[in-house]
Design a protein around this ligand. Structure first.
Ligand code: SF4
Length: 330
């Protein structure tokens, strides 16, 4: 179910998001990576305390550890960043990595997750994987673990009771990375992930040079995501509508919630955090119906809302949908 942009924006605005990342040029150098586009403003390579302090002066619901480079090449430093961000801002943390973290770090993440849960917060761990057999077309670095090693890592994290995302990003059209590889990944990771997240590849002439044999057949022109502070770089958002549909169908067949925007997924997980695990998938279907304009579903969520904030979220959504309907937008 594709969501309207204004609904996505409404949900995203309900969460105050910050970004934290080490800087410099990422040594992993994936072929698809936007950080190698000409004109990309690299962050300076700062120490953990400087990154943490740079976020001061605002309140956050969630801080993403991702964006400008792989943040767990030095695993100790990556973990220290998670720990210090939580102790400074007392908010949810979402880390995204393509690496496989050591058992010792997983144990420390598990302890951090328990501490965060006691405070009403959540740690989300996302493992990014863009392909199965053909991943070397995109990720040629010798430091890059295989997709199956990354799934094992995700399972180990999941077994510690941490919320995990199988992040199938970036998603390529089937003619370049066969979608059956990704369907297989979902199959293999079904017991390792709480959520499946995927979205399409963004290209311009710089990364296209490295993506041998990839031709853009259908795309929308735009600028690199605002949240990266590099919005002046012109890019093409490659059309992967059919591929997303197939991943969505596969995930739903396995009763795994599927999203293409991470904050929509985070909002869902926060709203259903008190629901029994076996009711989560039904709640996911109702949540997606609500975001697609089902007023009855919104009323049902309002009835079980735990906090004034949640009630305000649902009533604001209801108003927004009524406005959209009166303007014949739905
Ligand atoms: S690991 Fe991440 S940041 Fe580094 S090159 Fe690959 S996609 Fe880019």
């Amino acid at each position: 179910m594709a969501l309207k942009t204004e609904i996505i924006e409404y949900v995203e605005k309900s969460l105050r998001r910050g970004f934290a990342s080490f800087g410099g040029i990422c040594p992993i150098a994936c072929n698809h990576c936007y950080t190698f586009m000409r004109g990309y403003q690299h962050k300076p390579d700062e120490k953990v305390d400087d990154i943490v302090n740079s976020l001061k002066g605002k309140v956050y619901d969630i801080i993403y550890i991702s964006g400008h480079c792989e943040n767990f090449i030095n695993q100790e430093q990556g973990f220290e960043l998670c720990e210090k961000l939580f102790s400074s801002y007392n908010c949810d943390i979402m880390l995204t990595t393509r690496m496989v973290l050591d058992v010792g770090i997983i144990n420390r993440l598990s302890s951090l997750n328990k501490k965060m849960c006691q405070n009403g917060n959540t740690l989300f761990v996302c493992s990014s994987i863009p392909a199965l057999e053909s991943y070397r077309k995109l990720e040629p670095s010798k430091y890059m673990p295989s997709p199956r090693e990354r799934i094992r890592f995700l399972r180990d994290v999941h077994n510690e009771g941490i919320i995990t995302f199988l992040t199938l990003r970036p998603l390529f059209p089937d003619y370049y990375i066969n979608t059956t590889e990704l369907l297989q990944l979902i199959d293999e990771a079904q017991d390792a992930s709480d959520i499946v997240l995927s979205s399409g590849i963004v290209v311009n002439e710089d990364n296209l040079k490295k993506l041998c044999g990839f031709n853009v057949k259908k795309a929308t022109t735009g600028h690199l995501m605002n949240c990266l502070d590099n919005a002046d770089i012109s890019v093409q958002y490659v059309d992967v509508t059919n591929e997303l549909k197939l991943l969505n169908e596969k995930s739903c067949f396995l009763q795994l919630p599927f999203f293409s925007e991470s904050l929509i997924a985070v909002k869902f997980l926060k709203l259903v955090s008190n629901f029994p695990i076996n009711k989560r998938y039904d709640a996911y279907k109702r949540y997606m119906s609500a975001l697609n304009g089902d007023i009855k579903a919104i009323d049902d969520f309002m009835l079980v809302a735990k906090t004034e904030n949640e009630k305000a979220f649902w009533s604001g959504l209801k108003e927004k949908l009524k406005d959209s309907k009166s303007n014949n937008e739905f």
